[in-house]
Design a protein. Structure first.
Length: 171
């Protein structure tokens, strides 16, 4: 399970998240980040997304992304859709060398805060049924299993748990 760290706060001048490892910063992902993102993706998943899939995803009007950067090095990312009343997470990964430092948790916290700013009612995601480490992180953050998508993953036919975090309304 990922190590829990203090809730990050942003230093407005520097754009640096304090309470996170090594001055972790977030910024939107762009096409020039693709090679580093693909490296993280391939190191993280047995069946990684292709470069074209990332490019297509970034062109969708409701798609948003955050790239986690330490120094000048991208170390993780999250891609999600900002929908009318919900955020739907499509992909989240942290480079293996930077895991268990709270980066995945910080990425999720950032989009949960975005959901609140946008007055969304919930944050949803799918996770492989076999990915117990990710499920534990999501549960620790208040997500709960809402259902099952049978044979959801086209690469190997594995089922996905649908998990959601219900938000109590705008802050």
């Amino acid at each position: 399970m990922e190590r829990l760290v203090e809730k990050p706060t942003e230093d407005a001048e520097a754009g640096v998240l304090t309470g996170s490892p090594d001055g972790l910063r977030f910024r939107p992902m762009n096409s020039s980040d693709l090679s580093e993102v693909i490296e993280i993706e391939r190191a993280s998943f047995s069946y990684p997304w292709s470069a074209n899939f990332f490019l297509q995803e970034l062109k969708v009007n409701c798609a948003r992304s955050l790239l986690a950067v330490v120094g000048d090095k991208p170390v993780g990312y999250i891609i999600y859709w900002l929908l009318q009343h919900e955020i739907d997470v499509h992909n989240l990964a942290v480079h293996p060398s930077y895991r268990r430092q709270g980066i995945g948790k910080a990425l999720l916290e950032a989009i949960i805060e975005e959901a609140r700013r946008q007055r969304a009612n919930r944050v949803t995601l799918e996770v492989r049924k076999s990915n117990e480490a990710a499920q534990k992180l999501y549960q620790a953050m208040g997500f709960s299993a809402q259902g099952l998508r049978t044979a959801y993953y086209s690469d190997d036919g594995e089922d996905a748990l649908i998990m959601a975090l219900e938000l109590e309304g705008p802050v």
